[in-house]
Design a protein around this ligand. Sequence first.
Ligand SMILES: [Zn+2]
Length: 415
Amino acid sequence: MTIHTPVEANERVYPTPKVPAVAICLDGCEPEYLDVAIAKGLMPNLKRMREEGTDRLAHSVIPSFTNPNNLSIATGRPPIVHGICGNYLIDPDTGEEVMMNDVRFLRAPTIFSQFYDAGFRVAMVTAKDKLRALLGAGLKFDEDRAVAFSSERSGETTKADHGIDNASEWLGMEVPEVYSAELSEFVFAAGVKLLKEFKPDVMYLSTTDYIQHKFAPEQQGALDFYAMFDRYLGELDALGAAIVVTADHGMKPKHHADGTPNVIYAQDLLDVWLGKDEARVILPITDPYVVHHGALGSFATAYLPEEADRAKVMEKLRAQKGITHVLTKEEAIERFELPGDRIGDIVMVSGENICIGTSEHRHDLAALKEPLRSHGGLTEQEVPFIVNRKVDLPSNPAELRNFDAFFYATTAAAL
Ligand SMILES: [Zn+2]
């Protein structure tokens, strides 16, 4: 089927790709990882892409967490439009703390589902299964035009629900451990094979940041990871795809010199100021996979008791060393484009080398095997944005967003 109508998704119009339009979200890819690996000669393909294509930096959405940014990339819009502003929230309908990875929380169609409905072929591979349902929302698998699965559950995929039976067997790679570099390698390998065999018009590959939480850019674990990625990137490029490489967020060390985590425990502070459990601090980084970050990041929101003096609480929080921003809900909606019904009365952001926790006793820091590296704040907002073709892109990172990835991938693919 030849399709010529441009596809519209969430009030943006996407050019019709002539070659596969591929966006790759390298989870937690602080730009320094690429600079260091390239300087060491480990990424010849990306180095060439930077020289011959388009090399920029972009801004992620805030909070600089995985799900809000993956859904922004998938919808082309900020969280105020798609509704996913973290992994975890207080459900305004029930008042309960729940995971936000259910499709019922998603308020906008994905670019993939809009392309699918227009008759295109669509593929999407994620590392963790928590993202697959959200990113795969609206796709149908009965016409052999869509594939959507995670490496984590690649041994259980079916044609009816994922567009492919047993993806692990199809790829010839074992189902990887959830805490491993292989979980992301599986994504790249599947992307190459899908490009060769399934021939999608639009494809999204999204990895996990296990390695980035664990290793700094110059450490061997990180260097090996980016060298591995570069080999697959070379294959994707050689297959003629138009590729955008970006990230959901950066990654910064957030520990003391002795390796212990540098944390402000916001719930403990509010308990002292307002009474125990009067306020509720929510850390939207919270998810079942806490081994690599201990549920500690640089963004938190808090629900305050009605009688609390919000301005006074905010002033006291601002006086805490390491807290860089304290915003009212209204300011956070305006500045960070967040859905107001899914954040608390105030929003806090911490600095480059410090994170925000709830109560000290609620964080299992013994699970952290390495000095804490994490994200969530404005200091992890700058991410790579590299296209393997020449495209006219803003050079100011604040004007280019990671969620423009599919707009520019399809633009490059339509050239
Ligand atoms: Zn992430």
